[in-house]
Each structure stands twice: as structure tokens, then as C-alpha cells.
Design a protein around this ligand. Structure first.
Ligand SMILES: Cc1ncc(COP(=O)(O)O)c(C=O)c1O
Length: 303
């Protein structure tokens, strides 16, 4: 970049390795992804140009596509897109180079990598692409603390298997409900939501997995009608290696107040300590200390 162009805020790569500017026309107006949210996606984080947990995200993408009976290109093609997109990240930024990782005001040292596949336009086959862009400030802010509101999801985790067409547990492009839940929580003075089942069991956040700490144990709700989180698996593996016990079990919503620590974890925000639940403060020195410890286990980059 010669200093006269404005820095890109997003780049797109196709699965043949072609890289396009983030504002390039890409979708037809009759693409099912636009008309019906009919498609799947994944989000992961690249730190200093290296994407985390790519195999796991590609496996989950394939699982979500199978739930939609959508046939997609295989992992090799997606890797071509990911590699091309990351290689195109503005020079001197992904590697925290001479400009300190800042390019045109945007810090690309932590990059959000999105894999997107729609069912496509009639007769055209799926539309597949990869986007890269700096981690939004709001996502980084969540790493410092998040206030949540519990919201009834209307269907329990165990009940979701009987209604597979609701796609609970698949990462589909139909996230309008999830985003509406976040906006509802924000309108009530919180930052994010946590879905609970009609019987009060904790499920997941609209874009994150719930993790609780009790002394040296980490607990998360069973992967039943919720997305199988990759970050929680990474966290639990590292925690077990460091002597923690970990497991999944039914979490009654009262536990959200009583646990020693509570976090929303996901690939982008990594580890967000929950500082309030339904308006009740749950910040504590203990939770702050545990957050530092778990962030190190999860290799959360600073900044
Ligand atoms: C509904 C939902 N649950 C959990 C997660 C966390 O998953 P991961 O850690 O794999 O990013 C996400 C991620 O976006 C999500 O959308």
C-alpha cells in the first residue's frame, strides 16, 4: 500500500485462491444464502497470520452442511481459500511488523477468518468464500468482561433431536434469531445473552459456549441441541494437562450465580469473563485470577 489508498477492512478469497477486495460483488440476488439464510459458516481466529484449529472448523463446517443436506467442496479447497486470504493480509500487519501490527488504523495481528457457504442461486451450485478482517473492537472488549441476560430458547437441549429441521447445533447462516437475542439483551442493559431451556437448564450463548469453574473443575453444558464448541474443547484439553478436571453436565441456571467463575468462550472472543447475570453482579477477585490462568492456557493473545 503506497499510503494514498485506504486500508481494506476486509478481504475475500474464493476457493481457487483468487483474492478480492471486501467490497467486491460476489452474491447473486437470488442466492439462497441471501433469500433464506440457507447455508453454513465457521469463524476462527488467526494470530500473526496463523489460523487456529483449522481442521476442527473444517470438520464442523462439513457436519453443519450435512445437517442441511448441502454438498460442499472438501477441506483442500477451503485451505486454499484460507491460505490465499491470510497471505493477502496487509503487509507488516499480520506479523506485527515495523508498523507495530497497525495498518491504516486497523490492527490485523489478530484476524477473524470466516468460511461461508450458501446453497447458491438456482442451478449454480454453492457459493463459497473466505473472508479475513481485523477482530472488531466489540469482540476484543468482551475479553475484558461481559454482562449477560438469560433468555428462554423455547426448546430444551435433549428435545432438539426430535426436531432436526430446527438445526439446533448446526452453524447455519440463519443467525437472525441469535442476533435478535443479543439485541434484546442489550436493550435490557446487558451485553450478551445466555439461552436456557424451558426447564431452566443452561444451553449456550448466541455465539459462544458457557463455561463455569468450581474450585479446580471446569464444567460446560452437554453438547445436546447446542453447537459443539471448538474453543471449549481446546480450553478443556489445556486445563486437564494443567491438572484441572473438566466435564460436561446439566447446568441449572442458579449455578450461573454460584460458580467461582463463568465465561463465554468462542473462537473470536476466546475467553470473556461474565461480570453480571440478569443484573446481579458476579465479578470477583477469584474470577479475575481464574481468567488470567485460563487465558494463558487458551493462549489468548494480548491486546
Ligand atoms: C451458537 C454458538 N455456540 C458456541 C460457539 C462457540 O464455538 P467455537 O468455540 O467453536 O467458536 C459459537 C461460535 O460462534 C456459536 O455460534
Amino acid at each position: 500500500m503506497d499510503g494514498t489508498e485506504s486500508a481494506p477492512t476486509m478481504l475475500v478469497a474464493l476457493l481457487d485462491g483468487t483474492v478480492l477486495p471486501g467490497d467486491a460483488p460476489l452474491l447473486r440476488p437470488d442466492d439462497s444464502g441471501v433469500l433464506r439464510g440457507d447455508g453454513v459458516f465457521e469463524t476462527t481466529l488467526a494470530v500473526d497470520g496463523v489460523a487456529r484449529d483449522v481442521d476442527e472448523h473444517l470438520r464442523r463446517l462439513a457436519g453443519s452442511a450435512a445437517a442441511l443436506r448441502l454438498t460442499l467442496p472438501g477441506p483442500g479447497a477451503w485451505r486454499t481459500g484460507i491460505d490465499a486470504a491470510l497471505a493477502a493480509v496487509p503487509a507488516g500487519s499480520a506479523d506485527g511488523g515495523a508498523d507495530g501490527g497497525v495498518d491504516g488504523g486497523a490492527d490485523w495481528s489478530q484476524t477473524l477468518v470466516r468460511l461461508v457457504a450458501t446453497r447458491g442461486a438456482p442451478g449454480a451450485g454453492p457459493t463459497c468464500f473466505v473472508t479475513v478482517g481485523p477482530v472488531p473492537d466489540g469482540v476484543r472488549a468482551q475479553r475484558r468482561g461481559v454482562r449477560v441476560l438469560t433468555l428462554d430458547r423455547g426448546i430444551g437441549g435433549g428435545d432438539a433431536a426430535a426436531v432436526p429441521w430446527l438445526l439446533a447445533g448446526a452453524k447455519t447462516l440463519s443467525y437472525a434469531v441469535n442476533m435478535a437475542a443479543v439485541r434484546h439483551a442489550v436493550a435490557q442493559g446487558a451485553d450478551d445473552a445466555v439461552f436456557v431451556a424451558p426447564d431452566g437448564a443452561v444451553l449456550e450463548a448466541p455465539t459462544a459456549t458457557v463455561v463455569l469453574a468450581w474450585e479446580r473443575s471446569l464444567v460446560t453444558p452437554p453438547v445436546d441441541g447446542i453447537l459443539a464448541g471448538i474453543t471449549v474443547r481446546r480450553l478443556f484439553a489445556a486445563a486437564e494437562a494443567a491438572g484441572w478436571s473438566t466435564g460436561s453436565q446439566v447446568v441449572p441456571s442458579a449455578d450461573l450465580h454460584a460458580a467461582d467463575g463463568m465465561w463465554l468462550v468462542s473462537s473470536a472472543r476466546l475467553l470473556a469473563p461474565v461480570t453480571a447475570v440478569d443484573g446481579a453482579d458476579r465479578d470477583s477477585d477469584r474470577q479475575r485470577a481464574l481468567t488470567v490462568e485460563l487465558a494463558a492456557l487458551l493462549q489468548v493473545p494480548t491486546g
